[in-house]
Design a binder for this molecule. Structure first.
Ligand code: UD1
Length: 313
């Protein structure tokens, strides 16, 4: 049995990794300051984990949290493109300074490996599709810059201190427990919850922008594989985690009309600042080095997600 630390355990992705580890009989410690995470995401597991309410900007708390830990999943972040455009300093602190704190603490505690929640936003709006890891990054938003900077810190800590790190570039992860309530929430959580309420969803732009939407179980599996993969294949490296297929928002909305029963039309608004047009991943590097294969395809993930939000409402 290993001890895993999850930063941002109250978040949608952090809490999903925690549940999966518990199902496998592993020991879980988690930190969250609930700035974006939610207590209800961990309410049903909180008595089976070592939970500490703490901010990743608190180095002492991170040192204590890393003590005796085998693996760290660093999921804590302020995960929003538009929020970072509004507040670049806040994004920089949480998404860069916070990462360096976690890395210093993990290095000092001699953690075996740190797996990091990196972002597809690092690629920016370069026209080449699919995006592969050898491409030169071209981040647009402060969020994308911060996520890319943290990736470089991951690699730097492997090179300078020998701390094994793996960065997983998530492509639009969605699924149960994703928070739909903030103006900065992921598009699918927002669309699904408003359509289930019979409310009109808003598309920013013409709806022809496309994403490689990735169901949460695929991301969780990638994280577990990133801990197990041989060091010489993964340490200090970056991997796309996605499905290798993209859909436009208009196509997605059509599928959601069938799944939710919402028969109205969307409202079209102004394009969002910092947005990119198309996003699609080449996942061959993750397949080869991690043995990653997306097991839940988009339509099935969407069906499960709609089912979950319907139960909640
Ligand atoms: C970006 C990153 C992703 C990161 C996430 C964090 C890319 C390709 N992806 O996702 O890696 O984890 O930020 O937040 O850069 N939209 C609407 N209506 C809405 C909400 C959103 O039309 O009500 C549109 C947005 O303008 C955008 C698309 O839906 O074009 C997806 O938006 P969102 O879910 O926020 O994710 P990204 O910005 O793509």
């Amino acid at each position: 049995m290993s001890l895993y630390l999850i930063t941002g355990i109250g978040g949608f992705i952090g809490s999903s990794i925690a549940r999966s580890l518990l199902e496998r009989g592993q020991q879980v410690r988690g930190v969250d300051n609930f700035s974006t995470g939610k207590r209800e995401n961990i309410s049903e597991i909180v008595d089976r984990i070592d939970f500490r309410e703490a901010d990743i900007l608190n180095l002492d708390a991170m040192h204590q949290a890393c003590n005796g830990v085998d693996f760290v999943f660093h999921e804590a972040a302020i995960p929003s493109v538009p929020k970072s455009v509004k507040d670049p300093l806040g994004s920089n602190q949480a998404n860069i300074d916070g990462t360096v704190n976690v890395l210093v603490a993990a290095r000092d505690a001699k953690v075996k490996r740190v797996v990091y929640a990196a972002s597809s936003s690092a690629y920016g709006d370069t026209p080449t599709l699919p995006k592969h890891e050898e491409m030169k990054p071209d981040p647009i938003s402060p969020y994308a810059v911060a996520k890319l900077a943290s990736e470089h810190y991951m690699t730097s800590f492997y090179r300078c201190y020998g701390l094994e790190t793996v960065s997983l570039r998530y492509f639009n992860i969605f699924g149960p427990r994703q928070d739909p309530s903030s103006p900065y929430s992921g598009v699918l959580a927002k669309f699904i919850t408003s359509m289930l309420r019979g409310e009109q969803p808003t598309i920013f732009g013409d709806g022809e922008q496309s994403r490689d939407f990735t169901y949460i179980d695929n991301a969780v599996a990638a994280n577990l594989l990133a801990c197990e993969a041989p060091k010489d294949q993964v340490a200090g490296q970056v991997f796309n985690i996605a499905t290798g297929r993209r859909l436009s928002l208009n196509e997605t909305l059509q599928l959601l009309r069938e799944l939710t029963g919402y028969s109205g039309q969307p409202k079209y608004g102004a394009e969002r600042k910092g947005d990119i047009k198309h996003s699609l991943a080449d996942i061959s590097r993750a397949e080869a080095a991690l043995g990653y294969k997306p097991s839940v395809h988009f339509e099935e993930g969407l069906r499960r997600t709609v089912g979950w939000y319907r139960e909640q409402s």
